[in-house]
Write a protein that binds this ligand. Structure first.
Ligand SMILES: [Fe+2]
Ligand SMILES: [Fe+2]
Length: 164
């Protein structure tokens, strides 16, 4: 396997682990602030990101590479409001989309055909990821008074899990 591509995919796996760690930190913040619905939603995102990392790592193994993990950056620990956390989620997802697109460009340049379907799958996945984060921003902005934000918390998992 092209070593530039394998390095990029390993870095991407590491970035997915950073996303998992970040969502875990966001879930903890929401639990601490008594928003159990948002905590549940971000916990499930943390699990999803962990699965994404595993997909990249398993792919590398299948292609005869030995993935070596590196350290994970400290996640952002604090937020001022639910809308700030939603904005941060969108920022995370946008950075992730850019990184996956860069991997795809590299796979095209190096003619690493086997990596391309996996990366395309992630490029489509990112469209959904950015979409829920965008919806979460509108909803949290609309529900800025305490009563409204508690009501939103009760329904957030259901709202964002419904197929569009
Ligand atoms: Fe991901
Ligand atoms: Fe994501």
């Amino acid at each position: 396997m092209n070593s530039k591509v394998s390095t990029a995919l390993l870095e991407q796996a590491n970035h997915e682990l950073f996303a998992a760690h970040s969502y875990k930190a966001m879930a903890l913040w929401c639990s601490f602030k008594d928003y159990p619905g948002f905590a549940e939603f971000f916990s499930s995102q943390a699990e999803e990101e962990q699965e994404h990392a595993d997909k990249f790592l398993e792919f590398l193994l299948e292609r005869g590479e030995r993935p070596i993990l590196s350290s994970i950056e400290v996640p952002k620990p604090d937020f001022s409001s639910l809308s700030e956390i939603a904005e941060y989620a969108l920022k995370l997802e946008k950075i992730n989309s850019q990184k996956i697109e860069a991997c795809y460009e590299l796979a095209l340049e190096t003619k690493d055909y086997a990596s391309q379907p996996l990366l395309l799958e992630f490029i489509s996945e990112q469209v959904e990821e950015e979409a829920w984060a965008d919806t979460m921003i509108s909803l949290t902005k609309r529900a800025e008074c305490p009563g409204a934000s508690l009501n939103l918390d009760r329904h957030i998992v259901k709202i964002l899990s419904e197929p569009e």
